[in-house]
Each structure stands twice: as C-alpha cells, then as structure tokens.
Ligand binder design. Structure first.
Ligand SMILES: Nc1nc2c(c(=O)[nH]1)N[C@H]1C(S)=C(S)[C@@H](COP(=O)(O)O)O[C@H]1N2
Ligand SMILES: [Mo]
Length: 199
C-alpha cells in the first residue's frame, strides 16, 4: 500500500502556494518604504542600464511599454515575515531589456528614484525570474507600490524588488545596496531564510 503523506515538505496551501519558513500569509498588500514616496511622472521616467565598461542603454516610458510584455502571477515574501500569494503584475522581463546589452558582469546594483539601492547576482535577473513591472492587478502601478515602475524579483525577499526603479548598474564585483549595507543578507533567499548577514 502506498503511504501518501502531504504537508511535510513546506506548508502546502490551496492553489499550490507554499509558505517559506518563518512566514505568514497576508491578504492585504502592505506598503514598506524606507523614505518618502518619490513622485516620478511617466514623462520624466527613464530606465538606464550601465555596463561595467560604462556603456549606457536607456529606455523612456514609450520605449519600455512598446516592448513585448508579460503578466506574471507570483507569490511575494517580505523579510518582515508577511507573504502574499498570487499577485498579478504586468511588465517587461529583464531578459527582454538585457538581450542586446553586452556585458561580462556577474553582479547588479539596482538604483531607484529617491536613492534606494539593492544588489543581486546578474543571473537572478535573467531566465524569466525578474521584470520591470508597471501594472498591478491590471491597473497602473500605484506610487506607493513603486509606480511608475518597479523591479519585481519574487524568488528573493521583497526588499530586492526596488520600487521607483531608475536603473541597473552591472558590476564585476558585488556591491551591497541599502539594506544589505545595514545588516540584511547579501542574497536573501526566503526558502533558506536568509534574512540577515550570517543566516
Ligand atoms: N525604492 C525602494 N524600493 C523598495 C523599498 C524602499 O524602501 N525603497 N522597500 C523594499 C522593501 S523592504 C519591501 S518589503 C518592498 C515593499 O513593497 P511594497 O511597499 O509594494 O509592499 O519594497 C522594497 N523596495
Ligand atoms: Mo521588506
């Protein structure tokens, strides 16, 4: 007789969602910002990728939204322990944006309007794992959640998903961002509970 056991490998929820260790599910969408919400209009919004050799690739709003879009549905995990399942976004994948960017860099430092930064390995932005998101639930992304556009990297803790994103600097050496310099984990994998340095 086969012994079927459920629930011993992470907490399986209705709809196939799983909760990483130490997290709880929330239904609302909390707002977490380290400073005031920058107000950036779509007319002035620009997104710039700078390579390790100083080459710049820039997109304005019309150019961003003219690119083929995707509508990922993903679970979010914040280091303050809330997780939100099945969020609906619209945006452009980083694969699309970085397709014509020549680089030998292994690291990325993401910059936001307002000065926030966060770092991650370049490969974590590729292969369908990250987007520049500009809609949430089919509507324009609200300013408090990072509009006009934010980075969305749902496989890492949500502090990596920089709101009000303005650019990505490609680097040959890893450089810590805002929270990473303040003691948070350099990588931030929620499944390995990498909250703080040393985790
Ligand atoms: N520019 C910027 N991006 C940011 C932050 C911030 O303070 N500034 N906070 C981060 C943190 S800690 C979290 S949990 C998420 C929160 O996103 P939300 O406010 O849309 O829930 O944004 C991340 N991105
Ligand atoms: Mo967070």
């Amino acid at each position: 007789m086969a012994i079927v056991s459920r629930g011993f490998h992470g907490r399986q929820r209705a709809g196939g969602h799983k909760l990483p260790p130490g997290q709880y599910e929330t239904i609302d969408f909390p707002v977490l910002s380290a400073g005031p919400t920058p107000r950036v209009s779509r007319d002035e919004w620009m997104f710039t990728v700078t390579t390790e050799t100083g080459q710049k690739h820039t997109w304005d709003w019309a150019q961003l939204t003219a690119l083929p879009g995707q509508t990922p549905t993903v679970d979010l995990h914040c280091v303050t322990k809330w997780s939100k399942f099945g969020t609906h976004w619209g945006g452009v994948s980083l694969d699309e944006l970085l397709a014509d960017v020549e680089t030998a860099a292994d690291f990325a430092l993401v910059h936001s309007y307002g000065g926030y930064t966060t770092n991650l390995p370049l490969e974590d932005l590729l292969d369908g794992k990250a987007w520049i998101a500009h809609t949430y639930d089919g509507e324009d992304l609200p300013a408090e959640h990072g509009g006009p556009a934010r980075l969305l990297v749902p496989h890492l803790y949500l502090w990596k998903s920089a709101k009000w994103v303005r650019g990505i600097e490609l680097l040959t050496e890893d450089e810590p961002g805002f929270w990473e310099s303040a003691g948070y984990h350099d990588y931030g994998d929620p499944w390995r509970e990498q909250r703080y340095q040393g985790d």
